[in-house]
Design a protein around this ligand. Sequence first.
Ligand code: ADP
Ligand code: ZN
Length: 214
Amino acid sequence: MKVVLLGPPGAGKGSLAGVLKEKYHLAHISTGDMLREEIKKGTPLGVEIKSLIAKGALVSDELVTKLVEQRFMQDADLKKGYMLDGFPRTVKQAQDLDVLLAKAGAPLDFALNMEADGGLILKRLTGRRVCRKCGALFHVTNKPSLKAGVCDLCGGELYQRTDDNEETIKARMQVYQTSTQPIIDYYAKQRKLKKLDGNLETADLAQALSVMLK
Ligand code: ADP
Ligand code: ZN
């Protein structure tokens, strides 16, 4: 399965990615994770990326598309299946993605769109905690770890992303509406759009996914 995950921040792309990884063993390509890796390196580029992410603004199309392209060039196994999470985020990225996927011989099967209610999104994102080591997702009330601050899966430290605060979340939602939402139509026109209800909690989402894939 070769798929793009679409939807606003907090709609459940990350949770769905977890399901797709565990049940369908799909390779997870998250540009947000790739950019946070770049920040960790402390390079000048990393410093620049950090300030953009802190504002909830987008990193340049050129940079993220290059990161994704490198990943496809390095990993021939991606031809067998992948999920793109957080990319594309603009119509330009979506167009360039089609070109690079054709070159890599790994064209998309479909794009999966998820939407969720605003209040729910805010609650999910402000309470979200992420494992520093394996990237597993938790939530302070919806899905607390067994031991506070410690990942159930790998024992890594849980942290709160700096952009998961109310002000930055609002900026991210705004950017989503202006820059990212038009992509839905892009995939609809290609007849590649599928939908799942982002309001569902993970177990129900997994169920809805398996019904959809039948
Ligand atoms: P979420 O989907 O939860 O908002 P991500 O981890 O996908 O978060 O992205 C975090 C931030 O990284 C974005 O707000 C943006 O600043 C940057 N980013 C990630 N992917 C892209 C992309 N494809 N294009 C531009 N910026 C991106
Ligand atoms: Zn972990």
